[in-house]
Design a protein around this ligand. Structure first.
Ligand code: ADP
Length: 474
């Protein structure tokens, strides 16, 4: 079947977090499974878009209210990605270094959605299904159903995948005129809490909804950032599908971003070499267990608890451990983490910024990966950690609950706690230190993690099953 994935991010082209990894890998494995997959994202001013070749396949203007933007659809010539990549180039709105965070994000992503549909409707043949991802593409199912100029797309099934309900793309009805003309008897569909809410619209209008883990689907029914009742209403057409990982990109045997490759039979030595490289680079003590954190420095990730955890562990608790943090996000959290650097030299370090290579080295060289998340719709880091023989230390929430089993339970593969608090994180660290001291048990837990199969090879089929269900409804 011909599948379009429409998204704001896609690895390796444009990545902020897990959305990119999922869109890139899911598409690759669906394509490999015999489907024709096209990924459509905006054309940002990023390294990938600058360094690769593209061919222009469509050019026109989009109308956004009183604005008129020229745009082009660029098709990637690179066959390595494993799917067809299409970039929507609207220079005035997307020729920028960052993916999100601009005042005109609403205008940017609305234009992206309109340009994408203008192009799709202009083609000679239509896709079998359109998979939208998060709020940046949430208005697409609505426009396909009710905008006059997209009437020909009305019968194409749509599915929206919710990667996080935290960001919903709300805006006021004063911008209603941005939307292409549509049947006004359906204007109420746009409304949620007196605003146009892109995610809510996607939930209402898409033929099916998926979330990135089964447990997250349950959680958003009572903790869905104001969309709880809507998530319950659309439950009948929803399914939680656990994300997979790209086991080719994330493979310690072949990963060119790490210091020493290793497999299940030589991981002890391999990990040790990577740990030495990491400890040397960050002035840490290689003889002590290394706890790391990788991610966006936000309250939802529990990153606000990290500085206090470091301080408590390394002073009052006098723990003989290293803590290394890689991330960027809220300025206040970044500052807290930088400020304590002088106090804990030799045992603690932080890298503020985004660094894909360093992330790979940290998964390879760490003993434990901290994930004290308040919200974690799926979480990929714990799956990368498993694959690299690093034991995840997590708060039981969202997809972490679906994937990490405490070492006290049968088939345990990680360490879990329930509260998003410094004391809960510290008691998990204490249990991790004890595990680290018992080398036989520590190794058996690492081996359990490394032998888990979280590849997309099987997970992508769940999406295809869901697509088939809704295609049958036509
Ligand atoms: P989210 O999408 O909520 O940020 P996920 O666990 O789904 O969380 O995905 C996070 C992805 O982003 C992983 O691939 C992780 O390695 C990567 N990542 C997050 N922050 C950084 C960073 N500062 N540098 C490099 N990679 C990062």
């Amino acid at each position: 079947m011909e599948i379009f994935h429409i998204s704001a991010e896609c690895y390796p082209v444009a990545k902020v977090g897990g959305l990119a990894d999922v869109v890139g890998a899911l598409s690759k494995f669906q394509n490999r499974g015999g489907h024709l997959v096209k990924v459509v994202i905006p054309c940002y001013d990023l390294q990938y878009t600058r360094e690769n070749e593209f061919q222009s396949v469509y050019a026109a203007h989009i109308k956004l209210g009183k604005f008129n933007f020229p745009f082009e659809v660029l098709k990637g010539k690179d066959k390595k990605l494993g799917f067809e990549l299409y970039l929507i180039a609207i220079p005035e709105l997307f020729d920028r270094k960052e993916i999100y965070g601009y005042e005109d994000d609403i205008e940017r992503f609305l234009s992206f959605q309109i340009a994408t549909l203008d192009w799709i409707v202009s083609r000679n043949s239509f896709p079998d299904l359109i998979n939208c991802h998060d709020h940046h593409t949430g208005l697409i199912p609505f426009m396909m159903l009710y905008a006059f100029k997209y009437e020909k797309l009305q019968n194409i099934p749509t599915l929206i995948t919710i990667h996080s309900s935290l960001y919903q793309g709300q805006f006021g009805f004063d911008k209603l005129y941005y939307l292409p003309d549509f049947d006004l008897s359906h204007v109420h569909v746009l409304q949620w809490n007196n605003q146009i809410n892109s995610m809510a619209v996607g939930l209402k209008c898409a033929w099916a909804v998926t979330t990135v883990s089964p447990n997250y689907l349950n959680e958003i029914n009572y903790s869905g950032n104001g969309l709880e009742s809507l998530f319950s209403m659309v439950r009948y057409k929803s399914k939680g599908i656990l994300n997979g990982i790209d086991t080719e990109v994330w493979n310690p045997e072949t990963d060119i971003m790490i210091a020493k490759n290793y497999a299940v039979d030589d991981y002890v030595l391999g990990k040790q070499r990577n740990k030495e490289t990491l400890c040397k680079r960050f002035d840490l003590d290689v003889t002590k267990p290394l706890f790391s954190f990788i991610g966006r420095l936000l309250v939802e990730k529990g990153a606000d608890l990290l500085a206090a955890t470091v301080a408590l562990e390394l002073t009052e608790n006098k723990k003989e451990i290293n803590i290394l943090i890689l991330g960027s996000g809220e300025a206040q959290i970044e500052n807290q983490l930088k400020k304590i650097l002088v106090d804990f030299e030799g045992s603690y370090n932080v890298y503020i910024g985004y660094n894909e290579e360093l992330a790979h080295l940290i998964y390879a060289g760490s003993d434990f990966l901290l994930m004290p998340s308040r919200i974690e719709p799926c979480g990929l880091n714990q799956m990368y950690a498993f694959r690299y023989g690093t034991v995840p230390v997590v708060r039981r929430t969202g997809g972490l609950k679906d994937t990490v089993i405490d070492i006290g339970d049968t088939n345990g593969n990680g360490i879990c706690h329930d509260q998003a608090s410094v004391s809960d994180i510290c008691s998990s660290i204490q249990r991790a230190i004890e595990l680290y001291g018992d080398k036989e048990k520590f190794n058996s837990i690492r081996e359990i993690g490394m032998s888990l199969d979280h590849s997309w090879e099987s997970a992508y089929k769940e999406y295809i099953e869901m697509y088939n269900l809704i295609i049958k409804k036509i």
